[in-house]
Design a binder for this molecule. Structure first.
Ligand code: ISL
Length: 584
């Protein structure tokens, strides 16, 4: 594939190209179908390149399109070097990459190497016998001492999988159990084995040689496991009466940074400057974040933190809703801004294929859908970091609001519901409510392109129901209206490209204790910016800092005119966002 970008010169003084970039995530299954089978595909992406170019994004990250039994919608990979026929072919992918490159848009591929599919040849060889040369590529353990294989309680530990049930699955052929932190069709790779690491690095180099521009690394902080230390296994603390916490022995292990630095040397050396490397790191603290992203350490460019998207979760996790306290959101994001100020970099996001829609979560997806979606966008995009836009977010798409359990398709939701039912923990009504709040399918309903029957997504039967609100919420309407969510995102993206203060200015929180307004300044490298967002449907007052509201210019806002100023305070309207720039 031809290189369409100017050669990036390694200059360690200049800020990296991705400090002014905005990334767009495509979840191919739900983006655009081209062949009427109800599942989005790569030729469908080709039909929508203009949409991405008009939005002005710099990078597209593709959720997995590799060969896969689709147990977890492609996060279970059976061949890393081929495209699954439901999405098209390698030739289609080359065409998509070329089409994006020709518009100046780089391409980042999902890298899922904590686990493979159980249908990957590596695992099939591994499971064949206890003396298979690939036995040690995965985590095999005998039954718990005193138990026979298959007996209730014989699993080597009591650990809970992220998708409910045990993390251990018995292989009847050899009488041993294998570890799977996710579904039983996603066995964890054993990174302790250097042959595993070499095979992964070789595959990564193969993709870079084909012309892709980086990787989004799935659950990358799970690749080193503390359980490897002397092979010790221990039960986890039981949370829900059934299974124990796997985290302490399976995440953030002692060799994590060593592996990432090795990967860097083996795969990225000499070409790092042109790439974007982003790690998905659930459970990472700011201190971890700095270790991953300090450029001097040669690991990753940025990581996805989970702290801010867990603030509306109760003790029961993602299906247990509790109200957001805005002060906690501000304190959390500010901690990351400050913690990575001098070394490291933030990935900024509200949405992805695992997160319910932000406008339904922290905003108001009813009467103030447009206002709250644009307010949330403004606040996020004015932080220091690289913003990620998840497909449909730029249209103000909302949660699915499914009223029946039968609508759901996601393995995590289905297994959670089955377990909750089996143990009588929740009634069906409670389950409908829990999934409506927390299901990943909220993010996965098809992109709403127009008001026709299947929202322009497919001519067939969509694999997951289209949200009925596509009649009013869709790309056609959004693109026509200059005040829309779409055009607001377009302006925010352009602003990051143009304004060095948005790109690099220091972040400082204003009025951290205000319960309804998220306000901060960005300063240094140009006139100070003051940013304020009203997280409520009521008018709110906020004192202005760093700029004089009488002389300041309005850089961007989500109402037609500037907010009223009374006694040096701004009076923000419902869900209003505004960015003011100090007069020079
Ligand atoms: O959404 C979650 C479950 O509550 C998260 O824990 C999620 O599983 C976690 O963020 C890891 O996500 C990534 O790896 C998973 C895959 O299912 C997700 O789609 C992916 O983003 C396993 O590969």
């Amino acid at each position: 594939m031809a290189e369409e970008f100017p050669v990036v010169i390694a200059d360690h003084e200049a800020p990296a190209w991705w400090t002014s970039a905005v990334v767009y995530q495509i979840y191919p299954r739900s983006f655009q179908d081209s062949d009427g089978d109800g599942i989005g595909d790569l030729r469908g992406v080709l039909q929508r390149i203009d949409h991405l170019a008009e939005l002005g994004v710099d990078v597209v990250w593709f959720s997995p399109v590799y060969r896969s039994p689709q147990d977890d919608n492609g996060y279970d990979i059976s061949d890393y070097r081929d495209v699954d026929p439901i999405f098209g072919s390698l030739a289609d992918l080359d065409e998509v990459v070329q089409a994006l490159h020709s518009r100046g848009i780089r391409v980042v591929m999902d890298l899922v190497v904590n686990h493979t599919s159980d249908e990957h040849t590596w695992f099939m060889e591994s499971r064949a016998s206890t003396d298979s040369p690939k036995r040690d590529w995965y985590w095999w353990r005998p039954p718990r001492p005193g138990f026979a294989a298959g007996e209730p309680g014989a699993e080597p530990t009591n650990w809970a999988s992220y998708f409910s049930g045990s993390t251990w699955e018995l292989d009847p052929g050899t009488g041993e159990y294998y570890l799977h932190l996710f579904s039983r069709k996603q066995p964890d790779l054993n990174w302790e084995n250097p042959a595993v690491r070499d095979a992964v690095y070789e595959m990564m180099r193969w993709w870079l040689d084909r012309g892709i521009d980086g990787f989004r690394m799935d659950v990358i902080n799970l690749i080193s496991k503390t359980m490897a230390d002397g092979g010790a296994l221990a039960d986890g603390v039981v949370k829900d009466g059934l299974y124990g916490d796997a985290w302490p022995l399976t995440a953030n292990g002692p060799r994590l940074h060593e592996y990432l630095q090795e990967m860097h040397r083996e795969v990225f050396e000499g070409r790092r400057e042109a790439l974007l490397l982003v790690g998905e790191t659930p459970g990472a603290t700011v201190e971890d974040g700095r270790l991953f992203t300090d450029p001097a350490r040669g690991e990753l460019d940025m990581v996805f933190t989970f702290e801010h998207v867990g603030l509306d979760h109760g003790p029961g996790g993602r299906f247990d809703r509790r109200p957001l306290d805005l002060r906690e959101l501000k304190a959390t994001l500010a901690r990351w801004q400050t913690g990575l100020k001098d070394a490291g970099w933030n990935a900024l996001y509200w949405c992805n294929h695992d997160q319910p829609r932000i406008v339904s979560r922290f905003g108001d997806d009813g009467a103030y859908r447009r206002e709250s979606a644009t307010m949330l966008a403004t606040v996020l995009h004015l932080h220091r970091g690289t913003p990620y836009v998840y497909q449909g977010e730029e249209l103000g798409m909302t949660n699915a609001h499914f009223a029946a359990l039968a609508e759901y398709r996601d393995i995590e939701s289905l297994r959670y519901a089955a377990e909750a039912r089996a143990h009588g923990r929740l009634t069906d009504d409670q389950l409908v409510e829990a999934l409506a709040f927390g299901s990943r399918d909220n993010a996965r309903t098809p992109v709403q392109w127009d008001d026709t029957a299947s929202a322009g997504f497919t001519t067939g039967e969509p694999w997951l129901a289209v949200n009925p609100n596509h009649v009013t919420v869709n790309a056609e309407v959004e693109c026509r209206d200059p005040a829309s969510v779409f055009h607001h995102y377009r302006r925010l993206i352009a602003l990051r490209h143009e304004d060095p203060v948005v790109r690099l200015g220091d972040f400082s929180l204003v009025a951290p204790e205000h319960p309804h307004v998220y306000a901060f300044t960005r300063s240094g490298g140009g006139p100070t910016l003051f940013v304020a967002g009203n997280f409520s449907g009521e008018p709110q007052r906020i004192g202005v800092e760093g700029v004089d509201p009488a002389t300041a210019g309005r850089v961007i806002g989500n109402y037609d005119d500037a907010p009223r100023v009374e006694e040096a305070e701004l009076v923000l309207r419902p869900w209003e966002a505004v960015v003011l720039r100090a007069a020079r």
